[in-house]
Design a protein around this ligand. Structure first.
Ligand code: DNO
Length: 346
């Protein structure tokens, strides 16, 4: 296991030096943010990020994300060129020691919460999801902060229109087409692709979502058995679907999970939850048994603390402040150490 920390590049308010000061921190998870989706990431930009990480004595072995262009998800004729570009980005990243790429295949939207500033009784601020608030949203007029990409209303409506008749089957076959197109670049470079689950793991706004739980994992592996086709096991995304048994999934797919996003959710009723500190006792995600299942079943991937709260007066990016994620990282490192040593009697 290698403990990592997400870093949003040079515009991130958290300095690399601070990240390095977190105990057991091996590297950062980052990305080139100023290249339009679909274009090849130039080597100079990757080299710049890599040299910043080298100077801070942090590895840059995981990229999150290389976004997938909507035309690929929609299966449009332009996809072949876009897939070739993606494969070239993989090759370029391979030259700089990257070992794992996190991506997602969610149409239009990435992760989704209804409240980015939910204030808990103890004053900490976190992300939350309330189904009744979700139902009130007008999908044609969304102004939701927090995604890596935000659309103008016209762009958003155009895209929603294009997806109008899209089915789960089509989207899945477009995912398989994409993966088959990039696997040769992964074979060449040794890079593992780690798909992020849909968050939350169900259809939203009538858009199909296809990476929602164990059934999706099975389908993906049997459609593209190549060992470089793997998963980002995000406990906050999969855990929002109460139908998912996370320790069981962690055990079953430990060796295909190349990246683990460990995050806590606290349900307040059947559908509504807020995100909390990472400890098992702080919510409904059994972090301890997930870590145990990963370790006991041969997980050797990367881990990062995922969404944390903003605490101690910090006004960080929602989900991505320094303090609570640092606490999460040390808690997770402690769990891994204990479970690993228990396993080897040592
Ligand atoms: C949320 C993140 C996601 C993730 C993408 C991966 O906090 O985990 O935005 O980066 O879905 O492509």
């Amino acid at each position: 296991m290698k403990m990592t920390f997400r870093w949003y590049g040079e515009s991130d308010s958290i300095p690399l030096e601070y990240i390095k000061q977190i105990p057991n921190m091996s590297g950062v998870v980052t990305a080139v943010y100023d290249i339009p989706v679909g274009e090849v990431w130039p080597e100079e930009k990757i080299a710049r990020l890599k040299s910043l990480c080298d100077n801070a004595d942090l590895e840059m072995e995981v990229i999150e994300s290389v976004p997938v262009h909507e035309d690929i998800k929609l299966g449009k004729p332009t996809r072949d060129q876009l897939i070739a570009n993606y494969a070239q980005t993989i090759r370029n990243l391979g030259k700089f020691g990257v070992k794992c790429i996190c991506y997602n295949f969610m149409p239009v939207f990435d992760w989704f919460r209804t409240d980015l500033h939910f204030v808990q009784k103890n004053g900490s601020v976190c992300l939350a999801y309330k189904h009744a608030d979700f139902e009130k949203l007008d999908k044609h007029n969304l102004r939701l902060p927090g995604w890596d990409e935000s659309y103008t209303p016209a762009e958003l409506n155009g895209l929603l229109e294009e997806y109008k008749n899209a089915t789960h089957e089509q989207l899945f076959s477009n995912l398989v087409y994409f993966l088959n197109g990039i696997m040769p670049a992964c074979d060449e470079t040794g890079i593992n692709m780690a798909i992020h689950p849909d968050d939350p793991p169900w259809d939203i706004f009538g858009l199909p979502r296809i990476v929602t739980g164990e059934g999706s994992y099975e389908k993906m592996i049997s459609a593209v058995p190549n060992i470089h086709n793997g998963f980002t096991f995000c406990t906050g995304s999969l855990g929002a679907g109460r139908f998912n048994d996370l320790p069981a999934m962690a055990a079953k797919y430990a060796q295909r999970i190349y990246f683990a996003h460990l995050r806590q959710l606290k349900f307040v009723n059947e559908t509504d939850f807020y995100e909390n500190g990472h400890q098992t006792q702080d919510g409904n995600v059994d972090i301890y048994h997930i870590v145990k299942a990963l370790v006991e079943n041969g997980f050797t991937g990367y881990v990062r603390p995922d969404h944390g709260r903003n605490i101690w007066g910090e006004e960080g990016k929602p989900g991505y402040g320094l303090y609570d994620r640092a606490l999460g990282a040390t808690y997770l490192s402690g769990l891994f150490e204990a479970v690993q040593k228990e396993q080897t009697n040592g």
